[in-house]
Design a protein around this ligand. Structure first.
Ligand code: DX5
Ligand code: ZN
Length: 219
């Protein structure tokens, strides 16, 4: 099987030295750059927005995986597309008309992503999974980096994997929150395709080596 994909989250990077952080990721084995957008409404925190995403994209040699933790995402899809997003993930809990939102993302030429909060059942994707390129399973409550991994995530990965296989889609499974080298092998074994890692990468002594280690893990 292919090795797991790694998406370091720049939420944990040094914002005053973003260019060098992006250059570090360019030089690493990272597959994506995970960009966490928080609006202070959907989640109790504010991160950064469209101009910063655009600035990151100017230096990035890896595709941007943009995670929108915002209400009314439809209003901003085109702006994030123009800012360089390759994948745009919206939250299931923030979309009254998820199918329409996914069509809008697809029509922009981006890959479609749907993020699920820890309390949101994978079974709710039964009738929309065929329109999703990536499901982002939140393994913490969104809003902050550096939180503790929620163990129930393993069973959600297995359920999602079963749904994807039953429907015959090529949807990727991404895990976001509290990922480290202890839970990563179990997540890969359960069916994870992409691991987001914020603090585990950026707080390590050698982020490039840490990314390499995560990527080489087998289940
Ligand atoms: C949480 C964000 C995550 C977070 C991951 O709201 O969506 O992407 O930055 O950071 P760590 O790996 O530190 O939990
Ligand atoms: Zn995220």
């Amino acid at each position: 099987p292919m090795s797991v994909k790694i998406a370091p989250s720049i939420l944990a990077s040094d914002f005053a030295n973003l260019q060098s952080e992006i250059e570090m990721l360019n030089a690493s084995e990272a597959d994506y750059i995970h960009v966490d957008i928080m609006d202070g409404v959907f989640v109790p925190n504010i991160s950064f927005g469209i101009p910063v995403t655009e600035a990151v994209n100017r230096h990035a040699k890896k595709p941007l995986d943009v995670h929108l933790m915002i209400v009314n995402p439809d209003q901003y899809l085109e702006a994030f597309h123009k800012a360089g997003a390759e994948i745009i993930s919206v939250h299931y809990e923030a979309c009254d008309h998820l199918h329409r939102t996914l069509q809008a993302i697809r029509n922009l030429g981006c890959k479609t992503g749907v993020a699920l909060n820890p309390h949101t059942s994978v079974s709710l994707l039964e009738d929309v999974i065929q329109d999703i390129d990536l499901v982002c399973l939140m393994s913490v409550n969104p809003g902050f980096g550096g939180q503790k991994f929620i163990e129930n995530t393993y069973s959600k990965v297995r359920q999602l994997k079963a749904l994807i296989e039953r429907k015959g889609t090529s949807t990727m499974i991404e895990i976001d929150g509290g990922v480290n080298e202890n839970n990563a092998p179990l997540l890969i074994a359960a069916g994870a395709d992409v691991l987001v890692a914020g603090n585990f990468v950026f707080s390590s002594n050698d982020p490039i080596e840490t990314i390499k280690r995560l990527k080489s893990l087998k289940n």
